[in-house]
Design a protein around this ligand. Structure first.
Ligand code: HEM
Length: 517
């Protein structure tokens, strides 16, 4: 362009009598066309649906994003472009392209696309999920995966998990014969497991257990709902300060509730330390405070990051796992033969004279296959956490501009008929003999993501989901309320949940009532 205009200005272009005027204009136009064509070819965006000026495709987004993106894939191919206001969205719908993004270009795509709601939820993005790829993220991730959520650390706090799961069994035993909301009970158990591991005690109050379950579940489910909601502030950053949909305002309100608990727990612990240096607690909060006080001087752990980590554990580690348990229970209720097989395995491994222990899990290969199949058909983060390339890059011959929001549609990939036989049928057998794992090394199956930014809590998720699921099945027979039909339909959110909550009636299975105490 600069070349063309310099050339034109070097001539007497504005003289109306100049005969070369017309020809030069034509020549300049020709150069301009060539330039536009050439630069378009360089920025060869993936195909996508047409949009409207300014808003692009925003007005046409279906709230059930995962299935809508899958439909777009059928129409436009495995990689699709959307114009989301001022932001480009890229949808990846095939396993080979997921591999390109998460493996071949892993460092370029190692950032999550931080949005305003995520920032508001995590003290300005001071946690693992939203921290940019770099030294601080590495430090946070190391603290979390090596120290807190490693198998050795998880073993050391098994008693806390056991206590919470047993509390749930006792509670359900008292409510035997009446209808219970399975997701809510699962949520409260896992919430208490997580908070016990964090600061050694579940959140107790005079309120009834069910009220607490419903209240916290609501808070966390609102937080995850807001995280998955399209937000004008993200698509038009200049409008972010107006928070036009009120998403950040709502988020701050919900987060405050959790933050108040964090502040209380931290204050108590710091005060305990001031009063008596010898008080030693063996929980994650104590560990984090020690890392903060004695940590690496190059990349220290700040108090804000510490709270960000607590937020990750509480929001990332609760409804993800409890929704998985609920989907698994729903699928088994819908497929009685599968339910029977899982129970038979439990009888053979655990017997009828004792309760399930976490040590039994490794022998429950059929139930493990049920968990894997649940996460195939209902990957709890169906679009992972959207990734964001740190530089413009080429995937499958298409340009993915720096700063795009990249949705890896694991939901579509795990139901792809080119990769899976009868993909819509719930069939745990396909996972028997240890086929597929949660590591994300096979791009046909990666419900926990893959590569550097994969889930930091896989070991914990596997233990809590398996332990709780095994205990629920082994301790009780479950039946539907009179006249109810089982439906396992999904409702989209950054965390997928069941459209209609699963309500079932437990009946104790084990003969010895003392086992339920
Ligand atoms: C069944 C349960 C769970 C599932 C299916 C799940 C799945 C995922 C997925 C798909 C991602 C995003 C990967 C990506 O964007 O590439 C993720 C990230 C994450 N998960 Fe999980 N998760 C579960 C449970 C947990 C638990 C129990 C914890 C911790 C207590 C946890 C902590 C995290 C954290 C901190 C991240 C962000 C990692 C990073 O950005 O480096 N998750 N999880």
């Amino acid at each position: 362009m600069a070349l063309t205009s310099n050339f034109l200005h070097s001539l007497d272009f504005f003289d109306p009598n100049n005969k070369t005027h017309f020809l030069l204009t034509l020549f300049a136009g020709f150069l301009l066309l060539l330039y536009v064509k050439f630069s378009r070819r360089r920025i060869h965006l993936p195909p996508g649906p047409p949009g409207v000026p300014l808003l692009g495709n925003l007005p046409f987004l279906d709230p059930e994003l995962h299935s809508y993106f899958t439909e777009l894939g059928r129409k436009y191919g495995p990689i699709v472009r959307l114009q989301l206001g001022g932001k480009i969205g890229i949808i990846v719908n095939s396993s080979s392209l997921a591999r390109e993004v998460l493996k071949d270009h892993d460092i370029t795509f190692a950032n999550h696309d931080v949005h305003e709601a995520g920032r508001a939820a995590t003290y300005g993005g001071s946690d693992i999920s939203w921290a940019p790829y770099g030294p601080e993220w590495r430090m946070l991730r190391k603290v979390c995966t090596i120290k807190m959520l490693s198998n050795a650390s998880l073993d050391s706090v098994y008693e806390l998990r056991r206590r919470e799961v047993r509390n749930t069994v006792a509670h359900l035993y008292r409510r035997a014969g009446s209808a219970v909301n399975v997701g809510e009970q699962g949520f409260l158990t896992i919430f208490n497991v997580v908070t016990s591991m964090l600061w050694g005690g579940s959140v107790e109050s005079d309120q009834s257990r069910d009220n607490i379950a419903a209240e916290f579940r609501e808070t966390i489910s609102e937080i995850t709902k807001l995280l998955g909601q399209p937000n004008v502030s993200d698509f038009f950053p200049s409008l972010a300060r107006f928070d036009l949909q009120g998403i950040e305002k709502q988020m701050v309100k919900h987060v405050l509730k959790l933050d108040t608990i964090f502040e209380k727990m931290i204050d108590e612990r710091v005060r305990m330390k001031d009063v008596n240096e010898s008080v030693k607690k063996n929980d994650f909060l104590q560990f984090l405070l020690t890392v903060k006080d004695e940590g690496d001087s190059k990349t220290p752990l700040t108090m804000v990051q510490l709270k960000g980590l607590l937020m990750d554990m509480v929001t990332g580690g609760t409804d993800t796992s409890s929704n998985t348990v609920e989907f698994a229970m729903g699928e088994m209720m819908k497929n009685p033969k599968i339910l029977e097989k899982a129970k038979e395995e439990l009888c053979a491994v655990v017997g009828e004279q004792r309760m399930v222990e976490e040590s039994h899990i490794q022998s429950l290969s059929y139930l493990k296959a049920v968990m894997k199949e649940t996460l195939r058909l209902h990957p709890i983060l169906p679009l992972l956490i959207p990734h964001c390339p740190s530089e413009t890059t080429v995937v499958s011959n298409y340009t993915i501009p720096k700063g795009s929001r990249v949705f890896v549609n694991v939901w579509a990939i795990q139901r792809d008929p080119n990769e899976w036989e009868n993909p819509l049928v719930f069939d745990p057998e396909r996972f028997l003999n240890g086929k597929f794992d949660f590591s994300g090394s096979d791009f046909r199956y990666f419900p926990f993501g893959s590569g550097r930014r994969n889930c930091a809590g896989i070991a914990m998720a596997e233990r809590t989901v398996m332990y709780l699921l095994a205990t629920l099945l082994h301790s009780f027979d479950w039946k539907l309320e009179e006249g109810e039909k089982i439906e396992v339909e999904e409702k989209f959110g950054i965390v997928l949940k069941m459209k209609k909550p699963l309500v079932l009636i437990p009946r104790p299975r084990l003969l010895d009532p003392t086992l339920y105490e």
